[in-house]
Write a protein that binds this ligand. Sequence first.
Ligand SMILES: *[C@@H]1O[C@H](CO)[C@@H](O)[C@H](O)[C@H]1NC(C)=O
Ligand SMILES: *[C@@H]1O[C@H](CO)[C@@H](O)[C@H](O)[C@H]1NC(C)=O
Ligand SMILES: *[C@@H]1O[C@H](CO)[C@@H](O)[C@H](O)[C@H]1NC(C)=O
Ligand SMILES: *[C@@H]1O[C@H](CO)[C@@H](O)[C@H](O)[C@H]1NC(C)=O
Ligand SMILES: *[C@@H]1O[C@H](CO)[C@@H](O)[C@H](O)[C@H]1NC(C)=O
Ligand SMILES: *[C@@H]1O[C@H](CO)[C@@H](O)[C@H](O)[C@H]1NC(C)=O
Ligand SMILES: *[C@@H]1O[C@H](CO)[C@@H](O)[C@H](O)[C@H]1NC(C)=O
Ligand SMILES: *[C@@H]1O[C@H](CO)[C@@H](O)[C@H](O)[C@H]1NC(C)=O
Ligand SMILES: *[C@@H]1O[C@H](CO)[C@@H](O)[C@H](O)[C@H]1NC(C)=O
Ligand SMILES: *[C@@H]1O[C@H](CO)[C@@H](O)[C@H](O)[C@H]1NC(C)=O
Ligand SMILES: *[C@@H]1O[C@H](CO)[C@@H](O)[C@H](O)[C@H]1NC(C)=O
Ligand SMILES: *[C@@H]1O[C@H](CO)[C@@H](O)[C@H](O)[C@H]1NC(C)=O
Length: 329
Amino acid sequence: MSEKVEVMDTPKETTPAKSGGVAGHFKKWWWVYLAVLIVVVLVVVLPVVYVAYPKIAQKDINKSSLEVTSMVISKPTADSFYLNQTQTIINHASYHPKLYAFEAAVSMLGLTSTVAKVLVPTSHANNGAEIHIEQTVNITDATQFDYFAAYLLGTEEFPLNIYGKPHLKEGSLPKISVTYNKTVVMKGLNQLEGFEVTGFNILTTEEDGKNMNGTLLIPNPSVVTLSMGNVTLNLGVEGTALGYIYVEDLVLAPGNNSVPMTATVNETSIIEMLSSNSSSLSDGVVPFTITGNSSVYDGVVLPYFTAALQALNLTASLNVTEALVEAGL
Ligand SMILES: *[C@@H]1O[C@H](CO)[C@@H](O)[C@H](O)[C@H]1NC(C)=O
Ligand SMILES: *[C@@H]1O[C@H](CO)[C@@H](O)[C@H](O)[C@H]1NC(C)=O
Ligand SMILES: *[C@@H]1O[C@H](CO)[C@@H](O)[C@H](O)[C@H]1NC(C)=O
Ligand SMILES: *[C@@H]1O[C@H](CO)[C@@H](O)[C@H](O)[C@H]1NC(C)=O
Ligand SMILES: *[C@@H]1O[C@H](CO)[C@@H](O)[C@H](O)[C@H]1NC(C)=O
Ligand SMILES: *[C@@H]1O[C@H](CO)[C@@H](O)[C@H](O)[C@H]1NC(C)=O
Ligand SMILES: *[C@@H]1O[C@H](CO)[C@@H](O)[C@H](O)[C@H]1NC(C)=O
Ligand SMILES: *[C@@H]1O[C@H](CO)[C@@H](O)[C@H](O)[C@H]1NC(C)=O
Ligand SMILES: *[C@@H]1O[C@H](CO)[C@@H](O)[C@H](O)[C@H]1NC(C)=O
Ligand SMILES: *[C@@H]1O[C@H](CO)[C@@H](O)[C@H](O)[C@H]1NC(C)=O
Ligand SMILES: *[C@@H]1O[C@H](CO)[C@@H](O)[C@H](O)[C@H]1NC(C)=O
Ligand SMILES: *[C@@H]1O[C@H](CO)[C@@H](O)[C@H](O)[C@H]1NC(C)=O
């Protein structure tokens, strides 16, 4: 029974505390409230910080897009080149997080192997923000780079995929990792559509075996500037090889490129054609076919540009009679 007494006694002792009311209650149980508060804060904040924020950030990254405004490919070797590229971020979201530098894998869309790996510098994902990339890029997969060159020279436009896992930071929120997977549509040189021989002369005195010179018009509707080195093209007529066109240090910048050329043409053969086959070449106009032969930079054959050039079929109808008359032959 003594136990019962004790139980009855306990509330009596606490009565003075109760008279202190709510304050007393908190004084005794403050740690419970603190614990509950911490749990509530964690339950509310943690998911926001570690679930909602990464989701929102990823969603915004997904929504943003990229536009390559300029790409300069220079100093090409068989397995590397110098890249100077400017791209613009298009981001209409209200968050403009900091995107840390990351290694991006560039690939032709739909192909898993990468064309090249490029280090993208730290940027702020503001709308219209420009990212400059300037570095020597190693061609890690020659086959993929062949595809890139073929698409660049041969198509009107082609998709290029950029993939990476950059870290991102928004204000004072923690640094998180997001997936960057963007496809940009690049304009290509469209098989050099609009190619023209805008002028040519027959040289009466040969230099290095070159007996023709002139000017080529090569349109480049893309944003890419390409250094292709010393380019050789094959000249033919109706399947008969007639010689070569040479362009030294060919650099194709965006827009119309007017470049000087020299050529070695089998004049004997052409004159024979002009005189013997009066049916097709009677007006003195020779329908030349031109295909790529090679691209050589600093004595090194560039396999990717060489292959892309060889896939081209160009034509140029030239009034050879007129040129012969002008040359006084
Ligand atoms: C972002 O896009 C990828 C596909 O590229 C998709 O798998 C992912 O669910 C998207 N994430 C969000 C948060 O929209
Ligand atoms: C790269 O391009 C930018 C602008 O497009 C230019 O200012 C810079 O000089 C270029 N760098 C090289 C090494 O050509
Ligand atoms: C490219 O390759 C060269 C030698 O093969 C190497 O020294 C260089 O670090 C590589 N560059 C990159 C960006 O991987
Ligand atoms: C990137 O997105 C494209 C479709 O937009 C998809 O085909 C490709 O598999 C994705 N890349 C990776 C590495 O997940
Ligand atoms: C062609 O060669 C002649 C004689 O060397 C020169 O006068 C002329 O300017 C050259 N034309 C072109 C387009 O290079
Ligand atoms: C390029 O030249 C062609 C033919 O001369 C012309 O029609 C075209 O407008 C020119 N393009 C540019 C960008 O100058
Ligand atoms: C030029 O063509 C004629 C026949 O058309 C041929 O006999 C001659 O060998 C050719 N010359 C050269 C240098 O290829
Ligand atoms: C002349 O034309 C005929 C067909 O019309 C063709 O078979 C022949 O190869 C041509 N000759 C030359 C030298 O081009
Ligand atoms: C390229 O030109 C060389 C002569 O300079 C010739 O022997 C070779 O067959 C040509 N290659 C192609 C693919 O046309
Ligand atoms: C192109 O050929 C010329 C003459 O052979 C040479 O001086 C020049 O260095 C070559 N250019 C390149 C980019 O290889
Ligand atoms: C170029 O012509 C050759 C032979 O006529 C053909 O096999 C090839 O497919 C053509 N290439 C293009 C890009 O049209
Ligand atoms: C080619 O030039 C010759 C001589 O100048 C001229 O008689 C002929 O009409 C020209 N042909 C064409 C299609 O312009």
